[in-house]
Ligand binder design. Structure first.
Ligand code: ZN
Length: 862
């Protein structure tokens, strides 16, 4: 294959070497270039150092950039050259670059594999390895398998991932190893590869979160923020979930083991993309992200403020959250608090909610039943250097007093995909494999299908919020190019008998597409995809409740452009091999309330209380001739209301009607007061203990224009009403007149007959308080897994136990960590977890609201 013009737009290695040397000539104070090694084919491996006053570069915290370790992944080389050019030619007029290069150093190896790169350019586009002569007729070692951490010895020299005869056997890996080993100012290492538009932060091969996990996820999320600004794209961030296959002998893990935050950035959707259309876009979006990352280097240096400790939730409610943390006394430091609604979002100005010098913060105005993610950083007041992040804290606020919620997962037999070209296989695509949705040559069109059992939600429920969530899997092979959208639709169940039949799914009648279709560039691996329902869509789901289940169809693009093989997104099913487990199942989260019942309670006792007299069976108030107040007293028997611990009053009001005519000239206003009173003398009434005013006052003018008046209870008064009922007391009220110029005037209110004063209460049946927490929580080892067990609770209202794991702090709510189990067994296993690591487990009981109990927590010591 000869060189074609598209490829000539890419720089050759020789050109980039010449470029670097020219830069040194032009910007001697900003850049130096050194040869860190020589390849098998005698090419120099060039590393550029860029910093303001570059002679002092090694004294500053540094970011290490490596590109094109894999020969065919040209973006690394191309982006490096363009980034260097951007820094050097803009530093004079861009204060951000000046600031960044003043405090940080960039070490950049545009191409770690020059021999392979040139071979790929000139001879074989899809060459991956270097050009070692293996001596057996084969060539090349995969440099990203030739580092020492997790190195795997193999004799399969023809393999594309052959790791070489021994770790660091190759001049390229040995060169970068020596450089990293002698530059302990490196705090961040970014290794640029293609493809996938995804970040792969380092792992420690143990499937548990690491102390640097939040740092690396946030670094990627913040880089994503800059990428998104340029092209609207978001890269996947794959950390926190066990990778299906851990890479052996990669550079990333070597750097990470040395304490460096190490991330592989997979750019683009092809190794050698259309230069003008795709490559320039990839370069453009990565430059501001790189500049940001470079300025983060100093935040991870030894001179940065220390990481905050014991960041946790002290308490929370349906609309607030009290965060606490520990930090040694330091007058030079303040704290920044970030809040996000989704995982892996940026921690920057867009999410900064507070700065404080305290070791606590109360966040208010939160939404009920909603997930929040919190982060905190210490910041040095003068230098503005920030600390690393403590592990993030997750919270789901309590539900509102009349709200219920359900997270519903499809049964394994009710979720899968159906592909056009493999009708026989479709039956087996349910409940075990991942969900493949889109189109490819092999599968043809492929739809995801899932049926949710809605029978745990009352048929007449009113849906307040509904959200469907799916987790796109971490697969480099699941490359998604920039075309097509993925949309989710409710299917008419009458139009489909068998959800495993492609033709039926293909032809199924759509009732409504829900949420917003997600275009390819926003469908990011390793970050949950959510489809949020609007009010109209919630109404449609409400209709589906009557059928007890709902079927959704997920579809992607259905045609392939010329020359393309596949546009398939792979979602986790959470079931079977290759699934990430319970935590990653597709789900629908529904927040709802139920229609209320209404009771009208007749007046129990009425009195008119004057300075002289108490008149029973009478309801009048106003002012007597001596301008003294006359009070109307009324009480209601609450025994018709349901048990206050099993119900919630959602609305309450008193209706009173005046029966007398009103003098127009009089300006008297009438209040209804909720009172607590045992004795009924005039003096007792005057000294009454007021609970709260009910509603607003009415004026004598309003009494003239209409007869019935409603006094509506606020939330506090509703709670007081429940309290009276719990104590077996009547609810007692007075109607009290007020006037600036009191007059001899009395208003009569109806106390008998149809118009008689009445108390109307609306309520729903709902448990108010959580069940008790479990006791006797313990951990044991069984079959090399940690088993968590506890004593059963006997209570008819128990729906289950919810078990969560957190490596760093005691989970104060069921959502702060990795979900291990929800159900009625009194034990579970820490599947995927390591028995060699310290961690915390918490068990919460829950009822059908659900109200979650206080967590019972246990610290596991390896
Ligand atoms: Zn690669």
């Amino acid at each position: 294959m000869g060189e074609i013009s598209m490829k000539q737009q890419y720089k050759s290695y020789e050109e980039s070497c010449a470029f670097l040397k020219a830069c040194v000539q032009k910007y001697p104070d900003l850049i130096t270039v050194e040869n860190i090694g020589t390849t098998w084919e005698e090419r120099p491996i060039l590393l550029a150092t860029i910093s303001l006053h570059v002679a002092y570069a090694n004294l500053k915290p540094a970011l290490l950039y490596t590109g094109t370790a894999h020969a065919r992944e040209w973006i690394g080389h191309e982006l490096a050259v363009d980034f260097i050019d951007y820094l050097l030619s803009n530093y004079q007029n861009n204060p951000e670059i000046v600031e960044t290069l003043t405090h940080n150093t960039l070490y950049i190896v545009p191409c770690l594999n020059p021999d392979g790169f040139e071979y790929s350019r000139k001879h074989f586009s899809f060459w991956r390895k270097n050009r070692r002569d293996n001596g057996d007729g084969t060539y090349g070692v995969d440099l990203n398998r030739n580092f020492s951490v997790g190195y795997r010895k193999s004799t399969n020299t023809s393999s594309n991932t052959y790791g070489g005869p021994h770790p660091f056997s190759e001049p390229e890996t040995l060169a970068i190893k020596k450089f990293v080993d002698t530059h302990n100012n490196i705090t961040i290492a970014l290794d640029y590869h293609s493809q996938g538009n995804v970040f792969f932060p380092a792992h420690k091969f143990n499937h548990e979160s690491e102390i640097e996990g939040t740092d690396m996820n946030s670094l990627c999320a913040n880089m994503n923020y800059h990428i998104h600004k340029i092209t609207g794209r978001k890269y996947g961030i794959n950390r926190g979930k066990p990778p299906t296959k851990l890479i052996s002998g990669s550079g990333r893990e070597y750097y990470y083991e040395k304490g460096i935050l190490a991330i592989v950035v997979e750019v683009g959707t092809r190794n050698i993309p259309d230069y003008i259309q795709n490559m320039s876009e990839s370069v453009d979006e990565n430059i501001p992200a790189l500049l940001f990352a470079l300025n983060e280097a100093r935040n991870y240096s030894s001179s940065a403020p220390k990481r905050i400790e014991n960041f946790n939730i002290e308490s929370f409610s349906s609309n607030s959250c009290h965060l606490v943390w520990e930090y040694k006394e330091d007058a030079n430091v303040y704290f920044e608090i970030y809040r996000n609604l989704n995982n892996k979002k940026a921690c920057n100005q867009s999410s900064l909610i507070a700065t404080t010098c305290n070791r606590e913060f109360i966040d208010k105005n939160l939404k009920s039943g909603t997930m929040y993610f919190y982060y905190v950083r210490a910041v040095h007041k003068l230098s503005k250097i920030k600390s690393a992040y403590p592990p993030k804290v997750k919270l789901k606020t309590l539900l509102g007093e009349d709200e219920f919620s359900r997270s519903i997962f499809p049964h394994s037999s009710d979720v899968g995909y159906v592909a056009e070209r493999s009708p026989e296989a479709n039956h087996g695509n349910f409940g075990i494999r991942s969900l493949k949705v889109g189109v490819s040559r092999g599968l043809g069109i492929s739809y995801g299908v899932m049926t949710f059992d809605l029978s745990s939600i009352p048929k007449d429920a009113i849906i307040l919020d509904a959200k469907v969530s799916l987790y796109p899997l971490n697969r480099v092979s699941a490359k998604i190019e920039k075309y097509g959208e993925w949309s989710l639709s409710i299917i008419d169940q009458k139009s489909i008998v068998n959800i495993r039949d492609f033709d039926q799914v293909h032809r199924a009648k759509h009732i409504k597409t829900i949420g917003t279709s997600i275009p390819s560039e926003k469908l990011t691996q390793g970050i949950w995809s959510h489809w949020d329902c609007n009010d109209f869509e919630k109404k449609i789901i409400q209709q589906e409740l009557k059928k007890g289940k709902m079927t959704l169809k997920l579809e992607g693009p259905t045609t392939l452009p010329v020359g393309r093989d596949s546009q398939i997104m792979v979602f986790d099913l959470g079931y079977g091999n290759g699934g990430g487990g319970l935590h990653y199942r597709p789900s629908i989260d529904i927040k709802y309330t139920v229609p209320s019942n209404e009771v009208s309670i007749k007046l129990q006792n009425s009195m008119t209380i004057t300075p002289e007299d108490i008149i029973h069976e009478s309801l009048a108030c106003g002012f007597n001739k001596d301008d003294e107040k006359i009070y109307a007293y009324m009480s209601f028997d609450l025994s018709a209301l349901p048990d206050p611990d099993e119900s919630v009053i959602t609305d309450a009001w008193i209706e009173i009607s005046n029966t007398s005519t009103v003098k127009k000239s009089v300006d008297i206003r009438y209040n209804v007061e909720f009172i607590d009173l045992e004795e009924f003398s005039y003096q007792d009434i005057k000294d009454r203990e007021r609970i709260e005013f009910i509603g607003y006052e009415v004026s004598s003018a309003e009494l003239g224009s209409k007869r019935e008046h409603h006094f509506i209870f606020d939330q506090y008064s509703r709670l007081a009403l429940e309290e009276q009922q719990r104590n077996g007391d009547e609810a007692k009220f007075i109607i009290r007149p007020t006037s600036v110029l009191s007059r001899d005037h009395v208003i009569k209110w109806a106390y008998k007959g149809k118009k008689a004063a009445k108390l109307t209460v609306k309520y729903i049946k709902r448990r108010k308080f959580p069940l008790p927490a479990v006791v006797n929580l313990k951990t044991t080892i069984e079959n090399k897994l940690i088993k968590i067990s506890w004593d059963k609770i006997t209570d008819d209202d128990l729906v289950g136990y919810y078990v969560v794991r957190n490596r760093w702090h005691t989970p104060k709510n069921p959502f702060d960590g990795v979900k291990l189990y929800a159900g009625l067994d009194n034990f579970t296993f820490d599947n995927f977890g390591s028995i060699k690591m310290d961690k915390y487990f918490a068990v919460f009981t829950y009822d059908n609201v659900p109200n979650y109990s206080q967590g019972s927590t246990i610290e596991y010591k390896a």
